[in-house]
Design a protein around this ligand. Structure first.
Ligand code: NAD
Length: 362
């Protein structure tokens, strides 16, 4: 199959759909890979790196898209991209169609087949192509907190791990899923005192087992959230209720009793955030202050580390992408996990939740 990789064009998006290593795998499996010139610049991979991996470099996205049977990207196609898509082409990328009627209409009109990373499933009921970005965001959350805690950025001036004889930071992680676990790992590694709050008792049991006494776990109630948040130097918001907006677990009133110079990192901001005072920020201007509490609410945290994020994403997408390249649309029909990723098929929406939220026929 001819597989195309255009350069990402969304503002501040530096990741790439296929790394040179992934290209090598496609080429080894007998596919032809067409890569737009400079597609890998954001991760430090040159056109020559792609050529060595077996890719053909083309001058424009237009040429790449026009010549490919499958197009592999990172972000949802922009208007200038979806108008180029055609029937018989397969698009494999993050789509996030539910809040984006314009893109949905564009993809429907193109007649293409679009498989969304975010709805592909695995045998454990997880979302394997979303998980790597949650891992990145969870780990980054502690780095972001460490920066925001510094005095010159308005923070309390407490070192995350303290030093011998001086107490470390207290870090509270609300939501012990993928983001929360990875945040906790980093925080424990740096020597912080860590508490994870979750509403799932089985999950709290797993976390207790995993961390072997290095974190405290608490069941999520208004009382436990309030107690922990009041004593915290850092609170990480990492809850997810699938298909719904994040619950507001920390109210404005609670916030006003938090320590001045403490930090919240609301990773769940892409679902509306779990602090009443959160609003999305960008890497260019990541923090703001409310009631003396520093808020970090960047909605696309993995974009800060495109090198790590592209490799993590490619590791996860590779087996699915190869299956599509090897078998074409038959791969989608025979693999229920890829089938779960199918959002658009030749002018029809094929994912019920997306169709429902857009008010379009399914
Ligand atoms: P996940 O499903 O793995 O974990 C969510 C956890 O929240 C679960 O353990 C669940 O039991 C818990 N939870 C739900 N309601 C709760 C409540 N009331 N109190 C306490 N815990 C509760 O999800 P995840 O992959 O860890 O993602 C978490 C959030 O981070 C999502 O909104 C995701 O979209 C977001 N995210 C943001 C970025 C970013 O760049 N900002 C990047 C990746 C993921």
């Amino acid at each position: 199959m001819k597989v195309g990789v255009p350069k990402e064009i969304k503002t501040h998006e530096y990741r790439v759909g296929l790394t040179p290593g992934a290209v090598r795998e496609y080429v080894a499996a007998g596919h032809k890979v067409l890569v737009e010139t400079n597609a890998g610049t954001g991760i430090g991979s040159t056109d020559d790196d792609y050529r060595k991996a077996g890719a053909t470099i083309l001058d424009s996205a237009r040429e790449v898209i026009a010549s490919s049977e499958m197009i592999v990207k990172v972000k949802e196609p922009q208007a200038s991209e979806w108008v180029q898509l055609q029937e018989n082409q397969i698009l494999f990328t993050y789509l996030h169609l539910a809040p984006d009627p314009e893109q949905a209409k564009g993809l429907l009109k193109s007649g293409c087949t679009a498989i969304a990373y975010e709805t592909v499933t695995d045998t454990h009921g997880g979302l394997p192509l979303l998980a790597p970005m949650s891992e990145v965001a969870g780990r980054l959350a502690i780095e972001a907190a460490g920066t925001a805690l510094k005095r010159y950025t308005g923070g309390r001036g407490r070192l995350i791990g303290g030093v011998p004889g001086v107490q470390p930071s207290r870090i509270v992680v609300i939501g012990g899923g993928v983001v929360g676990t990875h945040a906790a790992r980093m925080a424990v590694g740096l020597g912080a005192e860590v508490t994870i709050i979750d509403r799932s008792i089985p999950r709290l049991r797993e976390l207790d087992e995993l961390f072997q006494g290095r974190v405290r776990t608490r069941f999520s109630t208004i009382d436990s959230v309030e107690e922990e948040v009041f004593a915290a130097d850092v609170v990480i918001g990492a809850v997810l209720v699938p298909g719904a907006s994040a619950p507001k677990l920390v109210s404005r009133k609670m916030l006003s009793s938090m320590r001045k110079g403490s930090v919240i990192v609301d990773v769940a901001i892409d679902q509306g955030g779990c602090f009443e005072t959160s609003h999305p920020t960008t890497h260019a201007d990541p923090t703001y202050e409310v009631d003396g509490v520093i808020h970090y609410c960047v909605a696309n945290m993995p974009g800060a580390v495109p090198l790590t994020s592209s490799h993590a994403l490619n590791n996860a997408t590779l087996p699915f992408g190869l299956a599509i390249a090897n078998k074409g649309f038959a791969a989608v029909l025979e693999n229920p996990h890829l089938r779960a990723g199918l959002n658009v098929y030749r002018g029809r929406l094929t994912y019920k939740a997306v169709a429902d939220s857009l008010g379009l026929p399914f």
